[in-house]
Design a binder for this molecule. Structure first.
Ligand code: G6P
Length: 369
């Protein structure tokens, strides 16, 4: 097992550090940025189904459901196709409206999740075209779907998903951009910029990993916190959800993710000097709004850990701690922002002495209801 961990203390840490490589593996051969093209066989062969779809429904569970949330924002923003994201477990039992011109995308790392599999079968019965985004080659979901695209994350051993999530977003970004090109819904310059930026993601993720020591220091300070709040807006709202999920899964600290602006409708009541609040605040579209959210937290003595763009000065002056990360396009920054949150959960869990790779009560793949 020590050999399999490749010198890392845990599989989770190894898998976090593999991300630059596996993200590159995921877009290799598919992203031809010098030609301005994206080629994915599963999409090309079924392009009409996607471009004619009135609606795309994405079904998933757990971390894959968070990737689905990012995909909703990407597909709607880039390709202007309405998207609904559903928990597979809810979808399968609520007599959902599915039409033959709906496309259903099922996202699953393992390809074996029982609820997701059942949701796929239901969608097929109703005549929808079902596309899978799986990591495990030859898995049940990859066989049950009409077509699909694999993430090339390699085996993920840690129960808490890390590299599967960022490679799922990578595949979904490729799909969203390919559909935008087919539908003519995006300016050529925005389209090309996203292609070029996607190609740069592995090195930017590598750069984000360099903050590890600073993140470890922050983990030492907050390891005994009973609660923690994660906030983000836009593409980073699902990243906040995923950050909270990671922390609760492996450290057993109660954590919640929220869209930053929703804070005032509830979570703000919890903020006092004992509440660490992790705010994803890159210098992008919603920056000023996130800064005012940070001011609201500060006014209530909350402890602010801010994820900021490199060189940010404004948030630095407000936050208790900052973690810097490189910028990308707004959509793709969601991949980069995920990295520090993974490292933070990891270090907090290690310091609390939990079983990081096999947290209590959780399974890597949930093949029963
Ligand atoms: C379990 C795992 C999670 C995973 C979820 C969905 O809960 O512990 O890490 O996100 O199942 O799994 P899937 O394989 O369908 O992505």
């Amino acid at each position: 097992e020590q050999i399999e961990k490749g010198g890392y203390d845990h599989f989770m840490l190894k898998e976090i550090y593999e991300q630059p490589q596996v993200i590159r593996d995921t877009f290799r051969g598919r992203l031809l940025s010098d030609q301005g093209l994206i080629k994915m066989a599963g999409i090309e062969d079924n392009l009409n189904k996607f471009t004619n779809a009135k609606r795309i429904i994405i079904v998933a569970c757990g971390t894959s459901w968070h990737a689905a949330q990012v995909a909703e924002y990407m597909i709607e923003e880039f390709a202007r196709i309405p998207v609904e994201v559903e928990y597979a477990s809810e979808f399968r039992y609520r007599n959902p409206i599915i039409n033959a011109d709906d496309v259903v995308i099922a996202i699953s790392q393992s390809g074996e999740t029982a609820d997701t599999l059942a949701a796929i079968k239901l969608a097929k019965e109703k005549g929808a075209f079902v596309f899978g985004v799986c990591n495990v080659v030859g898995s049940s979901i990859s066989r049950e779907t009409h077509a699909g695209a694999y993430t090339h994350a390699g085996p993920e051993i840690g129960v808490a998903s890390t590299k599967a999530f960022t490679t799922q977003i990578t595949v979904l970004a490729l799909i969203a951009l390919r559909l935008a090109k087919a539908k003519g819904t995006m300016s050529q310059s925005d389209y090309l910029r996203n292609l070029i930026e996607l190609e740069l993601i592995p090195e930017k993720v590598q750069e984000a990993l360099l903050e590890n020591d600073r993140i470890l220091e922050i983990a030492h300070i907050y390891k005994d916190a009973p609660n923690c709040l994660f906030l983000g807006r836009g593409f980073n709202f699902p990243v906040a959800l995923e950050g909270a999920l990671k922390l609760k899964e492996i450290s057993y600290i109660h954590a919640e993710g929220y869209p930053a602006a929703e804070m005032k409708h509830g979570p703000i009541a919890l903020i006092d000097e004992n509440m660490p609040v992790i705010v994803i605040a890159p210098q992008q579209n919603h920056y000023d709004k996130v800064v005012s959210n940070i001011q609201e937290i500060k006014a209530r003595s909350g402890k602010i850990i801010a994820l900021v763009s490199k060189g940010d000065e404004q948030v630095k002056n407000l936050a208790d701690h900052i973690i810097e990360m490189p910028n990308s396009t707004e959509a793709l920054t969601s991949i980069i922002a995920t990295i520090p949150l993974q490292l933070l959960s990891y270090h907090v869990a290690v310091l609390r002495g939990t079983n990081v790779d096999q947290p209590r009560n959780l399974a890597k793949s949930v093949t029963v209801e």
